[in-house]
Design a protein around this ligand. Structure first.
Ligand code: CA
Ligand code: CA
Length: 181
């Protein structure tokens, strides 16, 4: 009986470790591109040109030891708006980035990677003013990047939504999931 309890305990312990390792491992996603309202995305913004084009570029690391911040460097730039009235979001601090394999989506390979989805939140500057917040979801669903998707929600320092883009496939660009840092 005692042996049975010990074995059960060991199993529970190793199961817990496995879950931790499965969720928090060194990884990063890089890339960028454009999403268009005309490609099925819902873009909400005070100022948007007729194409609804939003461009982005990034290098973002997966969280490894929450609540610690993800490893650095982390960069995310998003641009949108009208000619002569462009808007720009610049990430300052990546607060968290959960990386995992969503099996309902396509595989990220190549290269071999243990995740195809990153869901994150961070703070940054909106048109040069600090206090903005971004929530985002980025996916790598293979190469080239035509199946990759991006979604963002950006709020200004006052909490007003300035850009909301539902999950939308890239029209230009590619996103890459990488194991390790
Ligand atoms: Ca890709
Ligand atoms: Ca890939």
């Amino acid at each position: 009986m005692r042996t049975g309890i010990k074995v059960t305990g060991l199993f529970a312990l190793t199961s817990g470790l496995f879950i931790c390792l499965a969720w928090f491992f060194p990884g990063r996603m890089t890339g960028g591109g454009s999403v268009f309202m005309s490609n099925g995305g819902v873009v909400t913004s005070a100022d948007m040109d007729s194409s609804g084009r939003v461009t982005h570029g990034f290098e973002l690391h997966c969280s490894t030891e929450p609540p610690a911040l993800p490893p650095t460097p982390n960069n995310l730039e998003i641009n949108w708006g009208l000619p002569g009235d462009r808007h720009h979001f610049h990430l300052d601090v990546l607060m968290s980035a959960d990386c995992f394999m969503d099996t309902s989506l396509n595989a990220p390979n190549p290269p071999d990677a243990d995740f195809n989805t990153m869901i994150g939140v961070g703070t940054g500057d909106l048109d040069g003013k600090s206090g903005a917040t971004i929530h985002f979801t980025l996916t790598d669903q293979g190469e080239p990047g035509v199946l990759d998707t991006a979604a963002y929600l950006i709020t200004d320092a006052g909490g007003t939504v300035v850009l909301s883009v539902d999950t939308t496939r890239l029209t230009f660009g590619n996103q890459q999931a990488h194991n390790g840092n």
